[in-house]
Design a protein around this ligand. Structure first.
Ligand code: GDP
Ligand code: IMO
Ligand code: MG
Length: 422
C-alpha cells in the first residue's frame, strides 16, 4: 500500500473511520497525527459498532500497530477510558498501541476555558466539542503546554502542573468559574499517567525504523479540510492542521516518505458546529435525519446537511494534493429523484471556483447548481462498480471529475464489506 495520508475533504465526519478500517487490511501501522478526542471515528464490524476518539481505527485489526503521534493533544483520562472500553469489547490493545512522548496533554482547565470562551461568544460561538482542544493547542503554541513525557515523570509533572493550575485558576476566576483543585487534578492525572506509561515511546524513531524496513503506514486524518486552522473557514475551525501537511509535522515522518493522499468525502455535505456551509439544504437534512443518520459520533448533535459541494472538494484536492478519492454514504441518496451538485459560487456578478478567504464573502456565496437524475434503487447490497446503477456511476464520475481526483473507493454502507474498490 505504501505510505498513505488519509484526510477528510469536507467538514469532518466524512466516514474516515470506515475507510481507514478498510485500508488497514494492507497497512502495518496506522498513525493519528493531529486533533484530540474531538474526533469520533465510527467503524462497524458486523453489527458491532466502535467509535474511536483518540486511538487510531486500525486498533480493531489485531496485527496492526497503532501510533498516537506528537501532533495529537491527549486527554489522558479520556484515553484511559477509551483503552478500557476497547479491552472490555475484547480488542487487543497491549502491544499494539504506541503513544508519543512529545504529544501535549489536554488538562481540565483547557476544557473549562473552552466552555467559558464559547459562553462568552454567545451567538458567535464556534460550536466546539468542548473537549479543550483550542486551549490545549494554544498552550502548545505559547510554550506553556505539558507533554506526555512530563506526565510520566512524577517529579517533573507535579511542579509544572501546580504552576499551570495557579495561573489558569486566576483566568477561571475572571470568568466567574470555579477554580480547580490542584490535589485532585494531580491525583487523577498521575493515576492516568501510570496506566499510559507502558505505551509511551519515541514514536518518531519508531516510525523512521518502520519506514527503513519498508513498512506500509497509513496516516489517519481527523476532522476535515475546512476545519483546518490555516485552510478552513476561520475562526469556525479546529485548532490543528487537518490537511495533508499535518500528517508530516504531527508524526515526524518527512514529506518525501509519503506516497499517496486519499481524500474521503460524503456523496453529499455535512457540518457539525457553526460557520458557513454554502450548500446547506433543508430537504436533504430532513431526509437524512429522518433515516436516523447524521448525528455526531462525539457530541450526538444533529449534523447540518447539504448537497455535494465540488467547489469545496476541488479546493481540498488543491491544499491536500489528493490523488485518490473515497466517496462514502452513496446509499444516503438512493431515494432521490434529482440530486444537486454545487459547481461554483456567485456573489452578485462575481463568480468563484475556489473557497474565498473572506468569511463575510463566503456567507454571501450562492451556489451555482448542476442537476443529476437520481437512481432510485437501493445500493447497499452492491459490491462491484459494474453493478451500480448507471445513474449512480454517472453521478460519481461527475463528482470525481469536478473534484479533480481519481475515484478509487465507493462506500454504500457503514460496514467493511459494503465497499467497492475500483
Ligand atoms: P469520521 O469522523 O470521518 O470517521 O466519520 P463519522 O464516523 O463521524 O461519521 C460517518 C458516519 O457515516 C458513521 O455513522 C459511519 O458509520 C457512517 N458511514 C460511513 N460510510 C457509510 C456509507 O457508505 N453508508 C452509510 N449508510 N453509512 C456510512
Ligand atoms: P472527526 O475526526 C466534525 C468541529 C466542531 C466545531 C469545530 C471546533 O470525527 O471528523 P473543537 O472542539 O475542535 O475546537 O471544535 O470543529 N469538529 C468536528 N466536526 N468532525 C470532527 O472530527 C470534528 N472535530 C471538531 O464541531 O465546529
Ligand atoms: Mg466523526
Amino acid at each position: 500500500m505504501a505510505n498513505t495520508i488519509l484526510v477528510g475533504a469536507q467538514w469532518g465526519d466524512e466516514g474516515k473511520g470506515k475507510i481507514i478500517d478498510v485500508l488497514t487490511e494492507s497497512a502495518d501501522i496506522v498513525v493519528r497525527t493531529q486533533g484530540g478526542n474531538n474526533a469520533g471515528h465510527t467503524v462497524y464490524i458486523g453489527k458491532q459498532k466502535y467509535v474511536l476518539h483518540l486511538i487510531p481505527s486500525g486498533i480493531l485489526r489485531p496485527d496492526t500497530q497503532c501510533v498516537i503521534g506528537n501532533g495529537v493533544v491527549i486527554d489522558p483520562i479520556g484515553l484511559v477510558g477509551e483503552i478500557d472500553g476497547l479491552l472490555k469489547m475484547g480488542v487487543k490493545v497491549n502491544g499494539n498501541l504506541f503513544i508519543s512522548e512529545t504529544a501535549h496533554l489536554v488538562l481540565p482547565y483547557h476544557r473549562e476555558l473552552d466552555a467559558q470562551r464559547e459562553n462568552l461568544k454567545g451567538k458567535n460561538k464556534i460550536g466546539t466539542t468542548k473537549r479543550g482542544i483550542g486551549p490545549a493547542y494554544g498552550d502548545k503554541a505559547a510554550r506553556v503546554g505539558i507533554r506526555v513525557i512530563d506526565l510520566i515523570n512524577p517529579a517533573r509533572f507535579e511542579p509544572v502542573l501546580k504552576a499551570r493550575i495557579k495561573e489558569n485558576n486566576e483566568v477561571l476566576k475572571a470568568f466567574g468559574a470555579k477554580p480547580l483543585s490542584f490535589k485532585k487534578v494531580l491525583a487523577d492525572y498521575r493515576a492516568a499517567g501510570d496506566r499510559l506509561q507502558p505505551f509511551v515511546t519515541n514514536t518518531v524513531v519508531m516510525l523512521d525504523q518502520a519506514c527503513r524496513r519498508g513498512a506500509d503506514i497509513l496516516f489517519e486524518g481527523a476532522q476535515g479540510t475546512f476545519l483546518d486552522l490555516d485552510h478552513g473557514t476561520y475562526p469556525y475551525v479546529t485548532s490543528s492542521n487537518t490537511t495533508a501537511g499535518g500528517a508530516c509535522t504531527g508524526s515526524g515522518v518527512a514529506p518525501n516518505r509519503m506516497d499517496c493522499v486519499v481524500g474521503v468525502m460524503k456523496a453529499y455535505t455535512t457540518r457539525v458546529g457553526e460557520g458557513p456551509l454554502p450548500t446547506e439544504n433543508a430537504e436533504i437534512s430532513d431526509l437524512l435525519h429522518g433515516m436516523g443518520r447524521e448525528f455526531g459520533a462525539t457530541t450526538g448533535r444533529a449534523r447540518r446537511c447539504g448537497w455535494f459541494d465540488s467547489v469545496a472538494t476541488r479546493h481540498a484536492t488543491m491544499v491536500n494534493g489528493i490523488d485518490q478519492m473515497a466517496v462514502t454514504n452513496v446509499d444516503g441518496l438512493d431515494t432521490l429523484e434529482t440530486i444537486k451538485v454545487c459547481i461554483g459560487y456567485r456573489v452578485g456578478d462575481t463568480k468563484y471556483d475556489y473557497i474565498p478567504n473572506d468569511i463575510e464573502v463566503l456567507v454571501q456565496c450562492e451556489p451555482i447548481w448542476a442537476e443529476f437524475p437520481g437512481w432510485r434503487t437501493p445500493t447497499q447490497d452492491v459490491r462491484s462498480w459494474k453493478k451500480l446503477p448507471v445513474k449512480a456511476r454517472s453521478y460519481l464520475n461527475a463528482i470525481a471529475e469536478l473534484s479533480g481526483a481519481e475515484l478509487a473507493i465507493v462506500s454504500v454502507g457503514p460496514a467493511r464489506e459494503e465497499t467497492i474498490l475500483l
